[in-house]
Ligand binder design. Structure first.
Ligand code: AMP
Length: 510
C-alpha cells in the first residue's frame, strides 16, 4: 500500500472511502520519539489493519500559552519517522479541520470529574477537557477500530477509557508501557526543552521513583514524606507526588494490591510527569463458575498465553483423594485427619512436554488422579471441612506472590477474594449438556440422552450452590461471561482482552 500524507478533512474522507481495512490509530502531538515509535509498532504489528498516525498540536489542551508556543514542532522529521516505523498514513490536520467553527466556540467534551480533578488536573485546569474534545473529534473523523495510547500518561489513559465507555464509542483503546531512555527518564517531546542540568534534575526524580518501586517490592512499604524530603534536598521542584489507587485515583488503601505513585515536577519552564506502579504481589486471575462451563480448558490456555502459573485446584483435591485412598485413611475421623494433613505437601512442576505435573509428598500423580475411582470420590472428599480449609490454605500459599490464573468453584469468593480479575464463567444448561454430549461421543460413548445430561447438570448446580462450605456463587466484583455461542478461543481472547485492559502493561512486563 502506498504511504500517504493527509492534510484536510476532505482528503481524509476520500482516503477513508478508498481503503478496505479497519484503522489502527495513533494520535500524537508530533516531535516523535521512541515512545511514539513503540506505539506505531504496536499498532502495526497487532493486526492487519491500516496504521494511521495523526500529528496535531491541540491548542485546547494547553493551559499555558507559552507552553503551546514552545512545544517542539518537527513535522518533516515526524513524517520520516512515522513512515519508517511502519505507519501507512499520516494525518496532519489544521486547526480549522479539527475545530471548524474556531475551537473556542466549538463543541466541548467534559472529562470525567472524578478522574480529572486530581493530579495534573489540579493545576492544568481544562486540560483533560481539551484532550477529550480532540480525541473525540479525531475518533469521529477517522472512525478507527483501535486507538493506541501510552501508559506514560496514565491519568489521560483512564480518562479517555472512561469517555469511550460513557459515550459508548465504537473503538477499543490499547496501551503500551512507558518507554524510557537509558538514564531512566520517560521519552517526552518536552525533554527537548531541557538544558543538561535540568535533565539531571528529571533524572533524579525518575530514579527516585524507580528506587521507591524497588524498595516497595521488597518491603511492601512506601515512605512518601521521606521521598519528598530527598527530592527537596536535591532541589527538585515537585508540583505533586501522590500514592493512589490506579483505577479511581483516590488515595491508595492498604488493601490495594496494585497502587500508583505519580508525580509532576517543574524544571525551569518545563513541566514533566512520571510514575511507577507498586505491587504487593503479581496479578491473579480467578475463574469461577459451574461444572461444565469449560473452566479448566480456558484457564490452561490463558496461563499459557499470558505466561502465568496455572493453579489447578481440582487436581489438588484429586491428589489428596488419591493419597487418602492409597494410605487407606478414614477421612471422616477428624482428629487424625488434621495431623495427616499437616504432613502433606502438594506441588506443581512443569514437565518436559510443558504440561504441569502434580506431586503429593513427592509422588507424581498426574495420571493416577484422572481415574474413575478418584472421580467418584473427589466430590465427597472435597466437602469435608478440614480438607477444604487445608487446601484453601495451600492454594493461598501458592498464590502468595501471584502471577497465576486459578480456577475452581470458590476461587474468586473464598481463595483469592482480592484477585485483580474475577471471571464467572458459565453457560446455559442446554449448552453445557450439548458440550458434555459431544465430549462423551468423542470418547466413544454413543448412547447418551441429552435430557438426562441436562437433569444431571441441573442437580449438580443445585448441590454446588446450596452446599454449606463455599457454595458456588458469583463474587460481587466478578464479570459474568455466558459462553453460549462462543468458541473456546473466543472466550480465551475475550478474557485476555479484559486482563490487558485492566492490568497496566508496565506490571505485566515485570
Ligand atoms: P503526545 O505526542 O505527547 O501527545 O503523546 C502521544 C501518545 O504517545 C500518547 O498516547 C502518550 O501517552 C504516548 N507517549 C508519549 N510518551 C511516551 C512514552 N515515553 N512511552 C509510552 N508512550 C508515550
Amino acid at each position: 500500500m502506498n504511504k500517504i500524507i493527509i492534510k484536510t478533512q476532505e482528503e481524509l474522507d476520500k482516503w477513508r472511502k478508498s481503503i478496505k481495512s479497519d484503522i489502527n490509530f495513533v494520535p500524537t502531538m508530533g516531535n516523535l520519539h521512541e515512545g511514539h515509535k513503540e506505539l506505531i509498532k504496536e499498532a502495526k504489528n497487532s493486526s492487519r489493519n491500516i496504521t494511521l498516525v495523526s500529528v496535531f498540536i491541540n491548542p485546547l489542551q494547553f493551559d499555558n500559552k507559552e507552553d503551546l508556543k514552545n512545544y517542539p514542532k518537527t513535522i518533516n522529521q515526524d513524517i520520516t519517522v512515522a513512515f519508517s516505523t511502519g505507519a501507512d498514513a499520516i494525518f496532519i490536520p489544521s486547526n480549522d479541520d479539527i475545530y471548524p467553527q474556531n475551537y473556542k466556540k466549538c463543541f466541548h467534551i467534559k472529562a470525567s470529574k472524578e478522574l480529572s480533578e486530581t493530579l495534573c488536573g489540579v493545576k492544568r485546569v481544562g486540560h483533560f477537557d481539551g484532550v477529550c474534545t480532540v480525541v473525540y473529534r479525531l475518533i469521529s473523523l477517522i472512525k478507527p477500530k483501535n486507538i493506541y495510547l501510552g501508559e506514560k500518561d496514565w491519568q489521560q489513559l483512564l480518562i479517555l477509557k472512561k469517555m469511550v465507555e460513557d459515550m459508548k464509542l465504537n473503538v477499543k483503546i490499547k496501551s503500551i508501557p512507558t518507554q524510557r531512555d537509558l538514564d531512566g527518564i520517560p521519552f517526552s517531546s518536552r525533554n527537548e526543552l531541557l538544558s543538561a542540568s535540568e535533565r539531571n534534575i528529571v533524572k533524579l526524580f525518575s530514579n527516585e521513583l524507580a528506587e521507591a518501586q524497588k524498595k516497595f517490592t521488597k518491603t511492601k512499604e512506601l515512605n512518601l514524606s521521606r521521598i519528598l524530603e530527598k527530592l527537596d534536598l536535591a532541589s527538585v521542584s515537585v508540583e505533586y507526588l501522590e500514592h493512589l489507587n490506579p483505577y479511581n485515583l483516590k488515595r491508595a488503601e492498604t488493601t490495594d494490591n496494585i497502587s500508583y505513585l505519580a508525580g509532576a515536577i517543574k524544571c525551569g519552564k518545563t513541566r514533566l510527569i512520571d510514575h511507577v506502579f507498586l505491587m504487593k504481589r503479581n496479578p491473579i486471575i480467578a475463574i469461577d463458575g459451574p461444572a461444565g462451563s469449560g473452566k479448566s480448558t480456558v484457564t490452561k490456555l490463558i496461563a499459557n498465553k499470558l505466561n502465568l502459573l496455572y493453579l489447578d485446584t481440582g487436581a489438588m483435591y484429586r491428589a489428596l483423594s488419591w493419597f487418602l485412598i492409597k494410605e487407606k485413611i478414614n477421612y471422616f475421623q477428624e482428629n487424625k485427619l488434621k495431623d495427616i494433613l499437616s504432613n502433606i505437601s502438594i506441588v506443581f512442576k512443569t514437565n518436559s512436554q510443558s504440561d504441569q505435573d502434580v506431586f503429593i509428598n513427592n509422588f507424581c500423580v498426574t495420571k493416577e488422579i484422572r481415574s474413575q475411582e478418584i472421580s467418584s470420590i473427589v466430590s465427597e472428599i472435597s466437602s469435608i471441612k478440614e480438607i477444604r480449609e487445608f487446601l484453601v490454605k495451600e492454594q493461598r500459599k501458592i498464590g502468595e506472590s501471584g502471577g497465576l490464573v486459578a480456577e475452581g468453584r470458590d476461587i474468586g469468593t473464598t481463595v483469592f477474594p482480592n484477585a485483580e480479575l474475577k471471571i464467572f464463567l458459565t453457560a446455559s444448561i442446554d449448552e453445557r449438556a450439548k458440550r458434555r454430549k459431544s465430549d462423551l461421543q468423542n470418547r466413544g460413548s454413543n448412547e447418551i440422552d441429552l435430557n438426562e445430561l441436562k437433569e444431571l447438570i441441573r442437580k449438580r448446580d443445585n448441590e454446588d450452590s446450596s452446599r454449606e462450605i463455599s457454595p458456588l456463587k458469583q463474587a460481587e466484583d466478578a464479570i459474568e461471561f455466558i459462553t453460549d455461542g462462543f468458541s473456546i478461543n473466543e472466550v480465551v481472547e475475550k478474557i485476555i482482552e479484559i486482563y490487558n485492559d485492566r492490568i497496566p502493561k508496565e506490571i505485566q512486563t515485570n
